[in-house]
Design a protein around this ligand. Structure first.
Ligand code: HEC
Length: 80
């Protein structure tokens, strides 16, 4: 899912790219009760983001509305 949606263009498992690494995101939300909600929000609502080079755009949205799939991806990210 992550690959199919081009998320890897900006998110590497370990290295920072235009977006933070998955490991960094997982660390940020480790032990936080609302971590999954925040990650879900990022993937479903596409908030405005600032890229490394200062450009702004809307964050990419996963092309599914299936809550089970979304939850799965969120938990996968948080387990990195
Ligand atoms: C064009 C580059 C780009 C693409 C493509 C992209 N992201 Fe991001 N993403 C970012 C940036 C930049 C941030 C940091 C935004 C911020 O902190 O304001 C981010 C942050 C996140 C976060 C963390 C939010 C937080 O609260 O720290 C998650 C989760 C995430 N992206 C998931 C995804 C998923 C899933 C996809 C594929 C559907 C994706 N991203 C595709 C650039 C991208």
């Amino acid at each position: 899912m992550f690959k199919e949606n081009d998320c890897r263009k900006c998110h590497d498992p370990l290295k920072a790219k235009a977006g933070p690494s998955l490991k960094k995101i997982a660390e940020k939300y480790k032990g936080k009760a609302d971590g999954e909600q925040k990650v879900l929000r990022q993937m479903t609502q596409g908030p405005r983001i600032k890229l490394d080079d200062g450009k702004e755009e809307d964050h990419k949205i996963l092309d599914t509305k299936d809550p089970k799939v979304l939850k799965n991806v969120a938990q996968w990210i948080l387990s990195q």
